[in-house]
Design a protein around this ligand. Sequence first.
Ligand code: UN1
Length: 502
Amino acid sequence: MLASEVSSLLDHLGVSSDRRRGAHAVRSPLTGETIAHVQDASPQYAAEAIALAETAFRRWREAPPPRRGELVRLLGHELRAAQDALGRLVTIEAGKIVPEGRGEVQEMIDICDFAVGLSRQLYGLTIASERPHHRMMEQWHPLGPTGIITSFNFPVAVWSWNAALALVCGNPVIWKPSEKTPLTALAVQTLFERAAAKAGEVPEGLSTVLIGGRDVGETLVNDPRVPLVSATGSTAMGREVGTQLARRFGRSILELGGNNGSIVCPSANLDLALRAIAFSAIGTAGQRCTTLRRLFVHDSIHDAFMAKLKGIYASVRIGDPLTSDDVLVGPLIDATAFESMQRALEEARAHGAHVHGGERVDKRQFPDAYYVRPALVEMPAHTGPVLHETFAPILYVMKYTDLDAAIEQHNAVAHGLSSSIFSTDMREVERFLSTTGSDCGIVNANIGPSGAEIGGAFGGEKETGGGREAGSDAWKAYMRRVTSTVNYGDDLPLAQGVRFEI
Ligand code: UN1
């Protein structure tokens, strides 16, 4: 049933029939059924894509950046026109609810707008020289073909954060999407090709998609013609990608896991905090890298707050998001995700936790899909499974009495992506945002840790990988920095006052 809807969505999005056959079966997490087939890229095809990108780079780097921006503007235009169809395909292929599928495409449109503006900026500095009649400056030049490895949970937006910036910076892009979500990738590539045809003078191979598994990713990571790979996914994947790239002095932008925490202080607006926590912990079925996984609640408000939170967890509507607008929680991506969730909950019980929810629902209706009630886990201590990221809707709740101790505990995990504090006491908020507060890349107040806007730099510290994508000056990672010193005098004064008379 879903297969025929997918087929008409792909028709509507213009995905050609030769892209829709092959041995790679695509499954929808909504029902577990096969919705389409695609072809994996052979190693030769991958090598050809890299060679084409290298040739495209020679032309594209010479295009004035605002002209590159025009291509991205047209891509944004295609995305606007395709927002509903592509968003729905995201829902079917990745399982997120319809407003979130649509929201993901909005994130793509937003970064295109950002990148168009950026294409008239990309500025360097003029730096004061210590020598008379010298000018020192910084320029930013295109870097080269950029590999983009993305994950199932944001199957299209993460490509766009990287691609929109890389393209205006003068770099071709080669995309390896998750094996679980190739259809949305092929749809986006089709939209890109349509934008490219309208823009004109876009070199062949400026953007390509390589469907496939680990071997395809490795081709990108190991090829010296790809100077930069941006990889989003698990810490285990990032550790391999990062070290293999480092061996050949390739650059990486790593956006890996998160074990994100929030602190609820006694002065917080509790209704606001409840709504924010529900969205961050339950939304996207806990499958965002920014999902809230650890909650520290002050003991003076703990019991009343937990009573309300339990009410939300017990009543939230779970199910196939295509059947009802009230559904807020779609399925987990697959059986492996379900099993790792159950393992984490067992471990929590073994550590003395009280687990509310976490069970599979609608199993009879959907034997091959994995719908779960989000789990609210009252932990006696910050220990065991709390210290690890499980990519599922599990919220561990701990009590705290002293804010400094809570911040210390908040930071005592391997990841450092996103965090937040709920408080109306500006001293507490500022403390959390300060040098000695949260150690994450994203530190919020009175909103949850998930759902970042594209205008800021996105990424985090420690085992999150240290990369930054999207807004602010994240574009600099896609470019080659050049320091230039120009002597416009007739003398040759040397730096540091060195004398070298010949
Ligand atoms: C991810 O889960 O990999 O901040 C990205 C957010 C989204 C992006 C999440 N804008 O939750």
